[in-house]
Design a protein around this ligand. Structure first.
Ligand SMILES: N[C@@H](CCC(=O)N[C@@H](CS)C(=O)NCC(=O)O)C(=O)O
Length: 211
């Protein structure tokens, strides 16, 4: 097992925002490699060697390189489980945890992107059925408790909360009270507020550097 601190390859106001917040929530010592997407740093050879797709987030940890937000969240949640945010094997919430994390990447994100691009694949052939089914399923789950797995916040809420906040802001999902309340509950946490504030600074710096 490596004793090195993980490095998050990150750009502000991107999917890497949730990963940065998660590292904070987990109290995980880490390095931040800040990429200026506006200047194309994510398509430079140094970063393409880490993620050939040139997308953030990515995580380096010793010899391990991870891409994909959800894989990174699962990895970090296990690595820093002492923070108490991870339903580990043996926890009755473990199955639901894996289900909602994989559902996020395998069904929710594709459904959201298809919707935003006005692409309607045949329901019986695509992984998620229909956008409306995905929304109904998610609204039903979030309507049952303050957090996606129940009364306590977990790693899964950092991922879902960050994305639902963004999706509501961009009107990519219906403005249902259950989504609004949940996104506010999660993103009003000090960790999110700290990162959002720093991203205003970074965003301005990056824009100025790219101008
Ligand atoms: N499936 C990937 C998606 C990563 C992704 O699309 N990242 C965006 C930022 S939100 C990106 O790096 N876009 C820059 C580009 O493709 O040029 C994940 O969940 O990590």
């Amino acid at each position: 097992m490596t004793t090195e601190e993980p490095t998050l390859h990150y750009a502000p106001r991107s999917r890497a925002t949730a990963t940065r917040v998660l590292l904070e929530e987990l109290g995980a010592p880490h390095d931040l490699n800040v990429l200026n997407i506006r200047k194309g740093a994510h398509k430079a050879p140094a970063f393409l060697a880490i993620n050939p797709l040139g997308k953030v987030p990515a995580l380096s940890h010793g010899d391990t390189i991870l891409t994909e937000s959800v894989a990174i969240a699962l990895y970090l949640g296990d690595l820093f489980s002492e923070a108490g945010l991870t339903p580990l094997p043996g926890d009755p919430r473990r199955g639901a945890y894996l289900r909602w994390m994989v559902f996020y990447a395998a069904s929710f994100e594709p459904a959201l992107m298809d919707k935003m691009c006005a692409h309607v694949p045949p329901a019986n052939e695509c992984a998620y059925g229909t956008f409306d089914q995905v929304i109904e399923l998610l609204a039903n789950q979030l309507g049952q408790a303050p957090y996606i797995l129940g009364d306590e916040i977990t790693v899964a809420d950092i991922q879902w909360g960050a994305t639902l906040e963004w999706a509501l802001a961009f009107k990519a999902i219906p403005e249902l009270p259950v989504f609004r309340d949940y996104a506010t509950r999660v993103t009003s946490r000090a960790s999110f507020q700290r990162v959002f504030k720093d991203e205003v600074r970074l965003g301005a710096e990056h824009e100025a550097a790219a101008a």
